[in-house]
Design a protein around this ligand. Structure first.
Ligand code: ATP
Length: 326
Protein backbone atom coordinates (compact mmCIF):
# COMPACT_ATOMS: atom_id res chain seq x y z
CA UNK A 1 0.00 0.00 0.00
CA UNK A 2 1.33 3.46 -0.97
CA UNK A 3 2.61 5.64 1.91
CA UNK A 4 0.45 8.70 2.58
CA UNK A 5 1.61 12.24 3.43
CA UNK A 6 -1.63 12.86 5.31
CA UNK A 7 -4.37 10.54 6.54
CA UNK A 8 -7.52 11.70 8.28
CA UNK A 9 -9.10 8.83 10.18
CA UNK A 10 -12.66 9.36 11.44
CA UNK A 11 -12.07 12.98 12.42
CA UNK A 12 -14.96 14.54 14.33
CA UNK A 13 -14.90 18.25 15.20
CA UNK A 14 -17.08 20.01 17.75
CA UNK A 15 -17.22 23.80 17.95
CA UNK A 16 -18.91 26.09 20.38
CA UNK A 17 -21.46 28.34 18.75
CA UNK A 18 -24.09 30.49 20.46
CA UNK A 19 -23.43 28.79 23.79
CA UNK A 20 -23.92 25.25 22.46
CA UNK A 21 -21.57 22.61 21.11
CA UNK A 22 -22.11 21.82 17.44
CA UNK A 23 -20.65 18.79 15.73
CA UNK A 24 -19.49 20.39 12.47
CA UNK A 25 -17.45 17.46 11.11
CA UNK A 26 -18.37 13.83 11.58
CA UNK A 27 -16.04 10.87 10.92
CA UNK A 28 -14.06 12.52 8.14
CA UNK A 29 -11.59 10.10 6.52
CA UNK A 30 -9.38 10.62 3.48
CA UNK A 31 -5.75 10.19 2.40
CA UNK A 32 -3.36 12.48 0.56
CA UNK A 33 -0.49 10.79 -1.28
CA UNK A 34 2.93 12.30 -2.11
CA UNK A 35 2.86 14.67 -5.07
CA UNK A 36 -0.90 14.50 -5.62
CA UNK A 37 -3.51 17.24 -5.72
CA UNK A 38 -6.65 16.22 -3.84
CA UNK A 39 -9.77 18.31 -4.35
CA UNK A 40 -12.20 18.94 -1.51
CA UNK A 41 -15.54 20.04 -2.93
CA UNK A 42 -18.95 20.89 -1.50
CA UNK A 43 -21.47 23.70 -1.14
CA UNK A 44 -20.96 26.56 1.26
CA UNK A 45 -21.22 25.33 4.83
CA UNK A 46 -20.28 21.73 4.04
CA UNK A 47 -17.18 21.87 6.27
CA UNK A 48 -14.29 22.34 3.84
CA UNK A 49 -12.62 25.22 5.72
CA UNK A 50 -13.14 23.57 9.11
CA UNK A 51 -11.41 20.45 7.72
CA UNK A 52 -8.45 22.63 6.62
CA UNK A 53 -8.34 24.35 10.03
CA UNK A 54 -8.42 20.94 11.78
CA UNK A 55 -5.42 19.75 9.74
CA UNK A 56 -3.47 22.95 10.47
CA UNK A 57 -4.60 22.76 14.14
CA UNK A 58 -6.05 26.26 13.85
CA UNK A 59 -9.53 25.51 15.14
CA UNK A 60 -11.00 27.77 17.80
CA UNK A 61 -10.32 25.83 21.00
CA UNK A 62 -7.24 24.15 19.47
CA UNK A 63 -6.98 20.37 19.51
CA UNK A 64 -9.75 20.20 22.16
CA UNK A 65 -12.19 20.89 19.30
CA UNK A 66 -11.22 17.53 17.80
CA UNK A 67 -13.66 15.23 19.54
CA UNK A 68 -12.41 12.05 17.87
CA UNK A 69 -10.16 10.56 15.23
CA UNK A 70 -6.58 10.98 14.06
CA UNK A 71 -4.81 13.40 11.72
CA UNK A 72 -1.69 11.54 10.68
CA UNK A 73 0.91 13.72 8.97
CA UNK A 74 3.92 11.67 7.85
CA UNK A 75 2.73 9.03 10.31
CA UNK A 76 2.49 11.34 13.35
CA UNK A 77 -0.83 12.33 14.91
CA UNK A 78 -1.10 16.13 14.82
CA UNK A 79 -3.86 16.05 17.43
CA UNK A 80 -1.23 15.17 20.05
CA UNK A 81 1.24 17.91 19.10
CA UNK A 82 1.88 20.86 21.42
CA UNK A 83 1.19 24.39 20.10
CA UNK A 84 4.98 24.94 19.80
CA UNK A 85 5.44 21.74 17.79
CA UNK A 86 2.55 22.73 15.50
CA UNK A 87 4.02 26.20 15.05
CA UNK A 88 7.21 24.57 13.75
CA UNK A 89 5.26 22.28 11.37
CA UNK A 90 3.14 25.15 9.98
CA UNK A 91 5.17 27.15 7.51
CA UNK A 92 7.95 24.57 7.40
CA UNK A 93 6.17 21.40 6.43
CA UNK A 94 2.63 22.62 5.81
CA UNK A 95 1.48 25.90 4.34
CA UNK A 96 -1.86 27.42 3.48
CA UNK A 97 -3.17 29.94 0.97
CA UNK A 98 -6.58 31.58 1.22
CA UNK A 99 -9.22 33.05 -1.09
CA UNK A 100 -8.37 36.62 -0.09
CA UNK A 101 -4.61 37.17 0.30
CA UNK A 102 -5.28 40.49 2.07
CA UNK A 103 -6.39 38.50 5.12
CA UNK A 104 -2.89 36.96 5.35
CA UNK A 105 -0.78 39.91 4.18
CA UNK A 106 -0.11 42.75 6.58
CA UNK A 107 -1.21 46.02 4.91
CA UNK A 108 1.40 48.18 6.67
CA UNK A 109 4.54 46.28 5.55
CA UNK A 110 5.95 45.85 2.07
CA UNK A 111 5.81 42.46 0.36
CA UNK A 112 9.60 42.26 0.70
CA UNK A 113 9.63 42.87 4.48
CA UNK A 114 6.95 40.21 5.02
CA UNK A 115 8.60 37.71 2.69
CA UNK A 116 12.02 38.07 4.33
CA UNK A 117 10.37 37.70 7.74
CA UNK A 118 8.69 34.44 6.75
CA UNK A 119 11.93 32.98 5.35
CA UNK A 120 13.98 34.00 8.40
CA UNK A 121 11.37 32.62 10.83
CA UNK A 122 11.82 29.17 9.32
CA UNK A 123 15.37 29.13 7.98
CA UNK A 124 18.73 30.08 9.48
CA UNK A 125 19.81 32.51 6.74
CA UNK A 126 21.16 36.05 6.70
CA UNK A 127 18.93 38.97 5.69
CA UNK A 128 20.83 39.25 2.39
CA UNK A 129 20.32 35.54 1.63
CA UNK A 130 16.61 35.82 2.53
CA UNK A 131 16.20 38.81 0.14
CA UNK A 132 17.82 36.82 -2.67
CA UNK A 133 15.63 33.79 -1.97
CA UNK A 134 12.47 35.94 -1.87
CA UNK A 135 13.33 37.60 -5.19
CA UNK A 136 14.01 34.21 -6.76
CA UNK A 137 10.70 32.86 -5.47
CA UNK A 138 8.85 35.88 -6.91
CA UNK A 139 10.51 35.25 -10.29
CA UNK A 140 9.56 31.56 -10.07
CA UNK A 141 5.86 32.49 -9.88
CA UNK A 142 6.30 34.63 -13.03
CA UNK A 143 6.05 38.01 -11.37
CA UNK A 144 7.41 40.54 -13.83
CA UNK A 145 9.55 43.24 -12.28
CA UNK A 146 9.94 41.33 -9.03
CA UNK A 147 12.21 44.04 -7.49
CA UNK A 148 9.39 46.59 -7.77
CA UNK A 149 6.81 44.14 -6.36
CA UNK A 150 9.25 43.38 -3.50
CA UNK A 151 9.09 47.04 -2.48
CA UNK A 152 5.32 47.40 -2.94
CA UNK A 153 2.60 47.33 -0.30
CA UNK A 154 -0.12 44.66 -0.68
CA UNK A 155 -2.82 47.21 -1.65
CA UNK A 156 -0.68 48.32 -4.61
CA UNK A 157 -0.99 44.87 -6.27
CA UNK A 158 -3.87 43.32 -8.22
CA UNK A 159 -5.73 40.32 -6.75
CA UNK A 160 -4.00 37.91 -9.15
CA UNK A 161 -0.57 39.35 -8.32
CA UNK A 162 -1.27 39.09 -4.57
CA UNK A 163 -2.24 35.43 -5.03
CA UNK A 164 1.05 34.79 -6.91
CA UNK A 165 2.91 36.37 -3.97
CA UNK A 166 1.01 34.09 -1.56
CA UNK A 167 1.93 31.00 -3.61
CA UNK A 168 5.58 32.10 -3.60
CA UNK A 169 5.50 32.71 0.17
CA UNK A 170 3.78 29.37 0.82
CA UNK A 171 6.39 27.55 -1.28
CA UNK A 172 9.38 29.36 0.23
CA UNK A 173 10.06 26.65 2.81
CA UNK A 174 9.24 23.78 0.39
CA UNK A 175 6.30 22.40 2.40
CA UNK A 176 5.32 18.76 1.90
CA UNK A 177 1.65 19.77 2.09
CA UNK A 178 -0.02 22.89 0.76
CA UNK A 179 -3.67 23.64 1.57
CA UNK A 180 -5.27 26.05 -0.89
CA UNK A 181 -8.69 27.26 0.34
CA UNK A 182 -10.65 28.65 -2.65
CA UNK A 183 -7.54 30.50 -3.91
CA UNK A 184 -9.07 31.49 -7.25
CA UNK A 185 -12.69 32.18 -6.31
CA UNK A 186 -12.21 35.95 -6.04
CA UNK A 187 -10.40 36.24 -9.38
CA UNK A 188 -11.80 36.70 -12.88
CA UNK A 189 -11.76 33.73 -15.24
CA UNK A 190 -8.53 34.47 -17.17
CA UNK A 191 -6.53 35.23 -14.04
CA UNK A 192 -8.08 32.17 -12.40
CA UNK A 193 -6.76 29.98 -15.25
CA UNK A 194 -3.26 31.52 -14.91
CA UNK A 195 -3.20 30.90 -11.15
CA UNK A 196 -4.38 27.29 -11.59
CA UNK A 197 -1.62 26.70 -14.19
CA UNK A 198 0.93 28.28 -11.88
CA UNK A 199 -0.20 26.16 -8.94
CA UNK A 200 0.02 23.00 -11.07
CA UNK A 201 3.57 23.70 -12.29
CA UNK A 202 4.78 24.92 -8.90
CA UNK A 203 3.53 21.74 -7.29
CA UNK A 204 4.99 19.52 -10.01
CA UNK A 205 8.40 21.17 -9.61
CA UNK A 206 8.38 21.06 -5.82
CA UNK A 207 6.76 17.62 -5.44
CA UNK A 208 4.49 18.94 -2.66
CA UNK A 209 1.06 17.45 -2.11
CA UNK A 210 -1.93 19.78 -2.22
CA UNK A 211 -5.44 19.86 -0.79
CA UNK A 212 -7.34 22.17 -3.12
CA UNK A 213 -10.62 23.42 -1.66
CA UNK A 214 -13.34 24.65 -3.97
CA UNK A 215 -17.11 24.68 -4.34
CA UNK A 216 -16.56 24.32 -8.10
CA UNK A 217 -16.16 20.80 -9.53
CA UNK A 218 -15.17 22.37 -12.86
CA UNK A 219 -12.09 23.97 -11.28
CA UNK A 220 -11.31 20.77 -9.36
CA UNK A 221 -11.42 18.75 -12.59
CA UNK A 222 -8.77 20.97 -14.20
CA UNK A 223 -6.30 20.53 -11.39
CA UNK A 224 -6.85 17.49 -9.18
CA UNK A 225 -6.19 13.79 -9.52
CA UNK A 226 -8.64 12.72 -6.82
CA UNK A 227 -11.58 14.43 -5.16
CA UNK A 228 -13.48 14.10 -1.88
CA UNK A 229 -17.06 15.38 -1.98
CA UNK A 230 -18.31 16.89 1.30
CA UNK A 231 -21.85 17.42 2.46
CA UNK A 232 -22.97 18.79 5.85
CA UNK A 233 -19.75 17.88 7.64
CA UNK A 234 -19.25 14.44 6.07
CA UNK A 235 -17.43 12.97 3.08
CA UNK A 236 -20.12 11.40 0.89
CA UNK A 237 -17.95 10.20 -2.01
CA UNK A 238 -14.23 10.04 -2.75
CA UNK A 239 -12.32 8.75 -5.74
CA UNK A 240 -10.36 9.55 -8.90
CA UNK A 241 -11.58 12.73 -10.62
CA UNK A 242 -12.32 10.95 -13.94
CA UNK A 243 -14.38 8.30 -12.14
CA UNK A 244 -16.34 10.86 -10.16
CA UNK A 245 -17.02 12.96 -13.29
CA UNK A 246 -17.93 10.05 -15.56
CA UNK A 247 -19.63 7.70 -13.14
CA UNK A 248 -20.68 9.49 -9.94
CA UNK A 249 -22.52 7.23 -7.53
CA UNK A 250 -23.73 9.51 -4.75
CA UNK A 251 -26.93 11.45 -5.57
CA UNK A 252 -25.32 14.62 -4.14
CA UNK A 253 -22.30 14.30 -6.48
CA UNK A 254 -24.67 13.69 -9.41
CA UNK A 255 -26.67 16.80 -8.46
CA UNK A 256 -23.48 18.89 -8.16
CA UNK A 257 -22.42 17.77 -11.64
CA UNK A 258 -25.82 18.58 -13.15
CA UNK A 259 -25.55 22.11 -11.83
CA UNK A 260 -22.31 22.84 -13.77
CA UNK A 261 -22.62 23.90 -17.44
CA UNK A 262 -19.43 22.10 -18.60
CA UNK A 263 -20.44 18.75 -17.22
CA UNK A 264 -24.14 18.68 -17.94
CA UNK A 265 -24.83 16.79 -21.16
CA UNK A 266 -25.53 19.04 -24.18
CA UNK A 267 -29.18 19.94 -24.50
CA UNK A 268 -29.93 18.93 -20.93
CA UNK A 269 -31.39 21.54 -18.61
CA UNK A 270 -29.10 22.72 -15.84
CA UNK A 271 -30.55 21.96 -12.45
CA UNK A 272 -29.95 23.40 -9.02
CA UNK A 273 -30.09 21.25 -5.90
CA UNK A 274 -33.30 22.05 -4.06
CA UNK A 275 -32.93 23.29 -0.48
CA UNK A 276 -29.72 24.23 1.34
CA UNK A 277 -27.03 22.51 3.40
CA UNK A 278 -28.74 21.96 6.76
CA UNK A 279 -27.62 23.64 9.94
CA UNK A 280 -25.83 20.89 11.86
CA UNK A 281 -28.22 21.44 14.81
CA UNK A 282 -31.12 20.48 12.56
CA UNK A 283 -29.57 17.20 11.44
CA UNK A 284 -31.53 14.21 12.61
CA UNK A 285 -31.11 10.50 11.97
CA UNK A 286 -30.02 8.78 8.81
CA UNK A 287 -28.23 10.24 5.82
CA UNK A 288 -27.63 13.99 6.10
CA UNK A 289 -28.52 14.49 2.42
CA UNK A 290 -31.82 12.56 2.47
CA UNK A 291 -34.19 15.57 2.74
CA UNK A 292 -32.78 16.91 -0.57
CA UNK A 293 -32.12 13.57 -2.28
CA UNK A 294 -33.93 12.58 -5.49
CA UNK A 295 -33.18 8.89 -4.87
CA UNK A 296 -34.06 8.59 -1.19
CA UNK A 297 -35.58 5.44 0.24
CA UNK A 298 -37.23 4.75 3.56
CA UNK A 299 -34.02 3.58 5.23
CA UNK A 300 -32.24 6.87 4.39
CA UNK A 301 -34.15 8.83 7.02
CA UNK A 302 -33.57 6.16 9.68
CA UNK A 303 -30.03 4.83 9.49
CA UNK A 304 -26.62 6.21 8.58
CA UNK A 305 -25.61 4.86 5.17
CA UNK A 306 -23.04 2.09 5.04
CA UNK A 307 -19.76 2.93 3.33
CA UNK A 308 -18.98 0.93 0.20
CA UNK A 309 -15.67 0.78 -1.64
CA UNK A 310 -15.57 0.12 -5.40
CA UNK A 311 -12.38 -0.63 -7.41
CA UNK A 312 -9.61 2.01 -7.35
CA UNK A 313 -10.60 3.01 -3.82
CA UNK A 314 -13.81 4.75 -4.95
CA UNK A 315 -15.69 5.22 -1.65
CA UNK A 316 -19.38 6.11 -1.33
CA UNK A 317 -21.63 6.55 1.70
CA UNK A 318 -25.11 5.92 0.33
CA UNK A 319 -27.87 3.34 0.73
CA UNK A 320 -28.90 3.57 -2.94
CA UNK A 321 -25.32 3.09 -4.18
CA UNK A 322 -24.85 0.06 -1.93
CA UNK A 323 -28.17 -1.42 -3.16
CA UNK A 324 -27.06 -1.01 -6.80
CA UNK A 325 -23.84 -2.79 -6.00
CA UNK A 326 -25.34 -5.92 -4.42
N1 ATP B 1 -15.65 29.11 14.41
C1 ATP B 1 -16.78 28.42 14.25
N2 ATP B 1 -17.59 28.19 15.30
C2 ATP B 1 -18.73 27.49 15.15
N3 ATP B 1 -19.17 26.96 13.99
C3 ATP B 1 -18.41 27.17 12.91
C4 ATP B 1 -17.17 27.89 12.97
N4 ATP B 1 -16.62 27.92 11.73
C5 ATP B 1 -17.47 27.26 10.93
N5 ATP B 1 -18.54 26.80 11.61
C6 ATP B 1 -19.66 26.02 11.08
O1 ATP B 1 -19.14 24.83 10.51
C7 ATP B 1 -19.87 24.49 9.34
C8 ATP B 1 -18.90 24.32 8.19
O2 ATP B 1 -18.31 25.60 7.86
P1 ATP B 1 -17.13 25.77 6.82
O3 ATP B 1 -16.71 27.20 6.87
O4 ATP B 1 -16.09 24.74 7.05
O5 ATP B 1 -17.86 25.45 5.44
P2 ATP B 1 -17.25 25.58 3.98
O6 ATP B 1 -17.63 24.33 3.26
O7 ATP B 1 -15.81 25.90 4.04
O8 ATP B 1 -18.08 26.80 3.41
P3 ATP B 1 -17.60 28.03 2.47
O9 ATP B 1 -17.45 27.43 1.09
O10 ATP B 1 -18.72 29.00 2.58
O11 ATP B 1 -16.31 28.54 3.03
C9 ATP B 1 -20.90 25.57 9.12
O12 ATP B 1 -22.13 25.12 9.63
C10 ATP B 1 -20.36 26.73 9.92
O13 ATP B 1 -21.41 27.55 10.41
Amino acid sequence: MKQTILSLENVTVELLSGGEIRQVLQNISFDVFPGEILGLVGESGSGKSVTAAAIMQLLPGGSKAIAGGKILFKGQDLVNKTPAQMQAIRGNEMAMIFQEPMTSLNPVFTIGTQFVDIIRTHKAVTKHEAIQQALNMLKAVHIPDSERIFQSYPYELSGGMRQRVMIAMAQSCSPSLLIADEPTTALDVTIQAQILRLLRTTVQNSQSSVIFISHDLGVISQLCQRVAVMYAGEIVECGRVETILQDPKHPYTKALLHSIPDFSTKGRTLTSIPGTVPDVRAIVNGCRFHPRCAERQEVCSKQKPASITLPENHRINCWQASKERY
